[in-house]
Write a protein that binds this ligand. Structure first.
Ligand code: 4AD
Ligand code: MG
Length: 433
């Protein structure tokens, strides 16, 4: 029987069979008589053991001359091995080289600086650490979509090219659009609100763009945002939904990505502790707490990155900061019924110093108040006429939020910096690769 191509992840169920593994050499060690070839194919890793006296002289010499990341087809039989992480290894009988690089692979075992790794992101993605992060990212997205789908939410995509600002005019990427100007979307929210009036429970999910010159470990210029929007949900319903969504995501990752979390040396007990109910602080309480902790952010200001870091270090579960001053938040948020200087909004901060992962609010549903907020903020009225229509034709209490995927991934993976949480990070100084 001729050997069949098999993925490394399936090898444990193919014990005793002759297979072909197609992949890359990520490590190799040799004694005079045996080569240990560490192979990866994207689905997992396996050790191929090549014994000199069991293969042709030519195969043995070929293997000896391989550089790391050579692309290969390796034939062998799957053998049980108690010491292997997957429980099997490959007894190599033949090797066919697709390409042996002409020199040494740039990313070696020595410690490279972050700039070097980012310049080589196209190669860095092959490392086991980056693979673990990308698998967790995929699971975060999958779990979120599964949760929303099962709860009756409809995915309604929003445009990336837009004629109006979503979050305020600073930080917009402007593009030439035939004879006029357009902007890259900062949020899909305004469109999600229109969709909520059509379908009730909706969400959009896509890339969003901010031209802010923030050089923090939490900011990208392009990031992915998941934005649910729900008809007849108020501020409290909105926070309940956020809590449920985050719990579903963490549960999904714990259920499916334990090996990845372990390989990142993540403290899993901290994630297992993420359960409802989360903590709640009113904005004023947060400011008081911050003053006791040594911050000098005055009442009325937005919380800075450092404030968020200090605050979340006080909590072992996510914390909602509710009802910020109107002056520091976007025009579409609904005024607090008991204090017209505040709005019905929340920022959800992740523990361990990670800070804001979600920003949400109840939306202004009065035509007149929304129009005066647009004017107060000096925004042009014409681009928002369709958005105002939602308050003219059957206005409704509604709320929603945006969850930044990379912020959530950075927190769950325990990353120092958000740039590792996205395959191709875009920051002020980085457009390549
Ligand atoms: O708080 P933000 O700006 O809220 C909105 O855009 C709303 N329109 C969302 C809505 O209500 N539908 O952004 C929401 C989230 C933040 O909490 C954060 O997780 C992420 O998006 N985010 C960023 N992530 C990476 N880099 C940046 N520059 C980010 N800016 C926001
Ligand atoms: Mg925000």
């Amino acid at each position: 029987m001729t050997a069949q191509w098999a993925y490394i992840k399936d090898l444990p169920s193919l014990e005793g069979k002759e297979v072909i593994v197609k992949g890359w050499l990520y490590n190799m060690r040799s004694s005079g008589k045996i080569h240990f070839l560490q192979l990866r194919d994207g689905t997992g890793t396996v050790q191929g053991v090549m014994v000199k006296k069991e293969v042709s002289e030519e195969s043995f010499m070929t293997a000896k001359g391989l550089w790391l990341e050579a692309s290969l087809e390796v034939t062998g039989s799957v053998r049980k091995d108690e010491r292997a992480p997957s429980g099997v290894e490959l007894s190599v009988s033949g090797i066919s080289v697709i390409q042996n690089p002409s020199d040494e692979y740039p990313i070696g075992k020595k410690d490279h600086g972050i700039d070097f790794l980012l310049d080589n992101r196209h190669l860095w993605l092959r490392s086991s650490r980056q693979q673990a992060i990308m698998r967790i990212r995929e699971r975060v997205i999958w779990s979120a979509r599964e949760f929303l789908h099962n709860d009756g939410y409809l995915l309604v995509d929003s445009p990336i090219i837009s004629g109006a600002a979503g979050e305020g005019v600073s930080g917009l990427f402007e593009i030439d659009y035939f004879d006029s100007k357009a902007y890259l979307a900062q949020t899909g929210q305004l469109y999600a609100e229109a969709a909520a009036a059509a379908f009730g429970k909706v969400y959009c999910f896509g890339p969003t763009f901010r031209a802010e010159k923030s050089k923090t470990r939490r900011h990208l210029t392009e990031f992915w945002m998941l934005e649910p929007e729900v008809a007849f949900y108020d501020h409290k319903d909105n926070m309940d939904l956020q809590e449920k969504l985050i719990c579903a995501i963490v549960t999904g990752v714990l259920e499916h990505c334990r090996p990845e979390l372990e390989s990142l040396e993540r403290d899993i007990s901290k994630l297992e502790n993420i359960k409802a109910p989360f903590y709640h602080l009113q904005y004023g309480e947060a400011i008081e707490m911050l003053h006791k902790l040594g911050s000098d952010t005055p009442y009325g200001d937005d919380l800075g990155n450092d404030d968020e870091t200090i605050l979340t270090q006080q909590f072992d579960r996510p914390v909602f900061i509710e009802c910020y001053p109107k002056s520091v938040k976007a025009f579409y948020m609904k005024e607090h019924p008991e204090d017209q200087d505040l709005v019905l909004c929340d920022d959800l901060l992740a523990p361990e110093g990670y800070g804001e992962i979600i920003g949400g609010s109840q939306r202004e549903d009065s035509y007149d108040r929304l129009l005066s907020r647009i004017r107060e903020q000096g925004l042009p009225e014409e681009p928002y006429d369709w958005y105002l229509d939602l308050r003219r034709y059957g206005t409704f209490v509604h709320s929603g939020f945006g969850m930044g995927i990379e912020r959530v991934v950075a927190w769950i993976c325990g990353l120092q910096h958000i740039r590792e949480a996205i395959p191709w990070p875009r920051t002020i100084y980085r457009l390549k690769p």
